[in-house]
Design a protein around this ligand. Structure first.
Ligand code: FAD
Length: 502
């Protein structure tokens, strides 16, 4: 059919997309957002919008007949189970040696993530993103992002006394016993609500095993913050279950083709949009894939040769330690982490580690201490288009993760030595103690200042912008969404001032 003409199109409704939509709308521009996942606002058969981590179903994973859990085994028993195929909220994209988890739905990664909103280190940003105007970034864009996202801190009562944070206290005490520094980790989960649910006065979410398949309560995901504000302007339309499949330059505008999807992911039709301004916010994988695919199809020419480069998993490395029987981690555990082990004050180079003390809510005491470490790994890989297979590939190998594993080992060998404890070797299948094969934090592919200029403008494509995690250079040293949000704020400020002045 004839293209639908819209003034501004935003592809993706995660952090970058939500910032772009809000700032465009507040400046008076009409915005259409395309999102391949569902609008998560209708209760399912059990009265809940999202399924619990421990009771997966067709709401849990994106187009899979079997779950693909980060922790795949426990004491030799595989944990994944068959589920009904559905357009669920958590995707795992499997490349040759790397599985990438992404949130899918209106709200993107904010629906599934752990809510940790950590400021990046200024010296590290200067190292990995030279040219970023850091004074402004730290003085204005980060604080703005924190306010809009509703970042808050765990209360003393929860951290020091709640049974739901026994695992965090043990993780802290065992780390400090080895001279490791432990720091608080801010979050967008409402800790006042967490206090209520822990006291049995409100429906449980963090205290009821909800996180990677969505939180039914408590978490200030983007649908409650940026997207709510954007929609309240009356200028923003969100088309859910609509997946952009190609972009073509057409004179002064772009033609964007999209597929409409049913609840089991079948393509039920297509729709074509034409817009003079398109903001790519489909995440590191989504945005890079759209550009690679559109270039291969001939729709976009003259894109930077650096498209696809600079990809990394933010040094993500998960591990578990086995505690002694006198060190219980608790049968009840909040899914929202609040503490991290941080060696950045005394480590250098690729040995720098920031490890969140993570929950493992099993309903029984497992004596397992779980950690998700983020290292300053310098390994980068390349996303490219495999024309024969008609899909995107990633040349990451297991060797790329070796530096992260070494750094993590240094930190946790010391804790094990002091405690007389050992690693859990049963969590990721038989051939690995450290998870060097998956990430929650895909970053890069369209690195700021290479594929785009400093303001996210795609080089050689006036009117096309990138505002998401694909801009970050494979490593940020901390959990990424706060940085991505602030970066999008900085970009939108420049774009609105310089390109969209009416
Ligand atoms: P995303 O938030 O990924 O949004 C992209 C959106 O685009 C998605 O909704 C997707 O469905 C949509 N999309 C993709 N392709 C298309 C297409 N072709 N057409 C239409 N729509 C499309 N980070 C933290 O900082 N703290 C945490 O505690 C944390 N925990 C995490 C836990 C888990 C389980 C996971 C998976 C991630 C976690 N992250 C965390 C990472 C964080 O969520 C991401 O870094 C962040 O969401 C990336 O933001 P983004 O704007 O780049 O893209």
């Amino acid at each position: 059919g004839a293209p639908v003409d819209v003034p501004a199109l935003v592809i993706g409704t995660g952090y970058g997309g939500s910032v772009a939509a809000l700032r465009l709308a507040l400046a008076g521009h009409r915005v259409t957002m395309l999102e391949m996942g569902q609008e998560w606002n209708r209760p399912g058969h059990d009265g809940r919008v999202f399924a619990r981590m421990t009771e997966p179903d067709e709401r849990s994973m994106w187009l899979r007949r079997r779950t693909a859990m980060p922790i795949s085994h426990l004491t030799g028993v595989p944990l994944d189970r068959p589920i009904k195929l559905g357009a669920g909220v958590l995707d795992r994209v499997d490349f040759a040696a790397m599985g990438v988890y992404c949130g899918v739905g209106v709200g993107g990664g904010s629906l599934v993530n752990g809510g940790m909103a950590v400021r990046p280190r200024r010296d590290y940003l200067a190292e990995v993103m030279p040219g970023l105007p850091l004074d402004d970034f730290f003085a204005r864009h980060l604080p703005l992002a924190e306010r809009e996202l509703g970042v808050n801190h765990v209360t003393e009562a929860l951290l020091e006394a709640s049974p739901y944070y026994q695992y965090a206290r043990l993780g802290r005490d065992t780390a400090q016993a080895s001279g490791r520094r432990v720091v608080p980790v801010p979050n967008v989960y409402d800790f006042a609500y967490l206090e209520q649910e822990a006291a049995g006065q409100a429906p449980g979410s963090a205290t009821a095993n909800e996180v990677i398949f969505g939180n039914n309560h408590g978490k200030r995901d983007l649908t409650k913050t940026y997207l709510a504000r954007a929609r309240a302007t009356g200028l923003v339309t969100v088309q859910a279950a609509t997946r952009a499949s190609g972009i073509e330059r057409a004179g002064d505008a772009f033609v964007v083709r999209a597929e409409m999807l049913t609840a089991d992911g079948t393509v039920s039709g297509t729709v074509v949009y034409r817009a003079p301004r398109v903001f790519l916010a489909a995440g590191s994988l989504g945005t890079t894939e759209l550009l690679l695919r559109s270039r291969a199809a001939g729709g976009l020419t003259g894109l930077s040769e650096e498209l696809g480069f600079g990809w990394g998993p933010n040094g993500n490395t998960m591990l578990g330690r086995a505690n002694h029987v006198w060190q219980p981690t608790g049968a009840r555990q909040s899914t929202i982490p609040v503490l991290g082990i941080d060696n950045w004050a005394y480590a250098t180079g690729q040995d720098r580690v920031f490890a969140e003390i993570a929950p493992f809510p099993a309903g029984i005491d497992t004596y397992l201490s779980l950690y998700l470490a983020i290292t300053a790994s310098a390994s980068r890989a390349r996303l490219s288009w495999d024309a024969t297979a008609g899909r995107m590939i990633l040349d990451w190998t297991r060797a790329h993760a070796a530096a992260s594993v070494t750094a993590v080992r240094r930190t946790f060998d010391a804790i094990n030595a002091k405690q007389g404890s050992t690693y859990r070797v049963d969590l990721f299948g038989s051939d690995r103690t450290f998870s060097d094969h998956f990430t929650y934090h895909p970053l890069g592919g369209c690195v700021l200042g290479t594929v785009t200029d400093r303001a996210g403008r795609v080089r050689g494509q006036g009117g096309l912008y990138i505002v998401d995690g694909s801009l970050a250079p494979g490593s940020l040293g901390v959990n990424p969404f706060l940085t991505i949000t602030a970066l999008a704020e900085q970009i939108m400020e420049t774009v609105l001032a310089e390109d969209l002045r009416s």
